[in-house]
Each structure stands twice: as structure tokens, then as C-alpha cells.
Design a binder for this molecule. Sequence first.
Ligand code: 5GP
Length: 112
Amino acid sequence: MPTIFEQIVDGEIPARIVHETDTTLAFLDANPLARGHTLVIPKEPYEQLDDLPAEIASDVFSVVHELTPVVEEAVDADATTIGINNGEAAGQEIPHAHVHIIPRFEGDGGGP
Ligand code: 5GP
């Protein structure tokens, strides 16, 4: 059974896509912790960070690096929290590796 994220990659479920490369996809989180909360995923369905080949991990983090200031500027954030829930016990709900880019605002009361 493909995960929700695979279905988004395959265009079977709609998502607000903000960036795409040959190997990665970035889209808005459906239940955002803050305005502009963005997820960056590898297109291939690797379950956890350590399953990613180094080249794909590099592609994903290169996109995180590129998008973080764009997301901050888009929602006029003061900062960002970059996070990975790596494994079920860490709170990973979707078993398809992903990086959260969460805009933060002065006085917003703490991170995830
Ligand atoms: P996790 O807890 O696995 O690190 O985060 C999964 C994230 O995926 C959550 O922040 C959740 O809101 C988001 N999410 C779950 N289902 C969907 C969906 O169908 N579309 C989008 N865009 N995000 C989703």
C-alpha cells in the first residue's frame, strides 16, 4: 500500500507543491504547525533518513537549504525550525522520510 506521500508524488492526491526536482518534492503540510509549514521529501519511498542513499540525502538537504529562506520570507517569519521525526517512536506518522520546515514567530511559544 503506497503511503500518502507516494500518492502525492504520483499525483493521486492533491498537494500545494512549492518546489520540485528530479528526485525531490516539497509541498505545504496539510495540518500546518504554522503558516507556510513545508515538507521536503525524496520522491522514492525511503522510510527513514538512514535508508536514503547519500546522493538523495544530499538532494533533499540541498532543497531544505534553498527553500528555508524562501519559506521564511513568504510568511514573514522570524526564524524556522527544521525537523525530522525519524521512526515511529520519534513521532513519524508517515513512513516516507521527510523534513519539516516550520516557520517560527517571535513569542510563538515553543517548538514541536
Ligand atoms: P510526521 O509526524 O510523520 O513527521 O509528519 C507527517 C506530516 O504529514 C504531518 O505534519 C501531517 O500534517 C502531514 N500530512 C499528513 N497527511 C498529509 C496529506 O495528505 N497531505 C499533506 N500535504 N500533508 C499531510
